[in-house]
Design a protein around this ligand. Structure first.
Ligand SMILES: [Zn+2]
Ligand SMILES: [Zn+2]
Length: 302
């Protein structure tokens, strides 16, 4: 599969990929100004001439931004996964609910957590009602990326409405945000889930891909090793969180687990506490432990 990767700058966490595959644009970058200006420049200088359609891998703010802020992109026919339309046509509502979740989980943490809230998840006016959604797809459907016919795989975990796209002839998997650059489970507000993340990784592994085309960072040429690494890290994180809880005397806060298990420092403890909360919810669902949210909003575990 021939594709052209564009890494757009985004707030806080490096860059986000937008791919041009023939007449198709896969994802449209972060909603923040710096990302959208880069994309707009590429549209204006002709680098993206001939783009006639957009495929969105999942409804996160760093993947749908151009569709919400650049009218010429919003007007192109969009292909999205089941459950995405109500989110991207009321993105302010989605973000407000996401903010509330982040606030609940990160209240009580030391320091100013507003960086997580306001620069990465800005509450802004988007052209959200104007996105032209032409097709909603589900698992097993076929989606065209340029000249390539790809199979849609529902791959929840990082986001419930996440799809990967499999091109069998070239053994290429557009894996978007399922397999992160560092192999760790990444948190997306409201619709993340460690249990389905692990199941999706296991499913992806069975495709025996030659390359993964990710949402962030360079293309990965060693898919099986990357997927195995991600699975190992997820299972190790579960075990270490359980062990830390067992050895703690009495309830322990999620932020303390982030420091202990993920070596969080003052700069990263906010985000990693959110990740720990996802693991805790998964362990609680499996009946491994009980989790409560204290008055300060920090998850307590017993
Ligand atoms: Zn994402
Ligand atoms: Zn992303």
């Amino acid at each position: 599969m021939e594709y052209e990767r564009r890494a757009l700058e985004q707030p806080l966490y490096g860059s986000v990929n937008v791919y041009r595959i023939g007449d198709t644009l896969v994802d449209t970058g972060h909603v923040a100004e710096r990302s959208r200006m880069e994309l707009r420049a590429a549209l204006e200088d002709g680098a993206l001439a001939g783009i006639e359609r957009v495929v969105l891998t999942h409804p996160h703010i760093d993947h749908v931004g151009g569709s919400q802020t650049i009218p010429e992109l919003a007007a192109l026919p969009h292909v999205v996964f089941e459950g995405v339309p109500p989110l991207i046509t009321d993105f302010s509502g989605y973000l407000e609910a996401g903010h509330a979740e982040i606030r609940e989980r990160s209240a009580g943490l030391p320091g100013d957590r507003s960086a997580i809230d306001e620069s990465y998840f800005p509450l802004d006016d988007y052209a959200e009602d104007d996105i032209e959604i032409s097709r909603v797809v589900g698992d097993g459907d076929t989606v065209r990326l340029g000249e390539y016919e790809c199979e849609v795989l529902h791959t929840p975990g990082h986001s419930e409405q996440h799809m990967a796209l499999w091109h069998a002839d070239s053994k290429t998997m557009v894996s978007a945000d399922l397999v992160s650059t560092n192999g760790h489970f990444m948190y997306g507000p409201l619709h993340g889930d460690v249990g389905t993340y692990i199941e999706s990784l296991e499913r992806l592994r069975t495709y025996d891909a030659d390359r993964l085309v990710p949402g962030h960072g360079p293309v990965m040429d060693d898919p099986t090793a990357r997927i195995d690494d991600a699975l190992r890290k997820a299972r190790a994180a579960e075990r270490e969180i359980e062990r830390a809880i067992e050895t703690a005397e009495g309830p322990v806060a999620a932020s303390d687990l982030a420091r202990e298990v993920f070596d969080a420092d003052d700069a990263t403890v906010g985000f990693l506490t959110l990740v720990v909360c996802e693991y805790l919810e998964h362990l609680a669902e499996e009946g491994e432990l009980s989790v409560s949210v204290g008055e300060d909003g920090v998850y307590g575990v017993a």
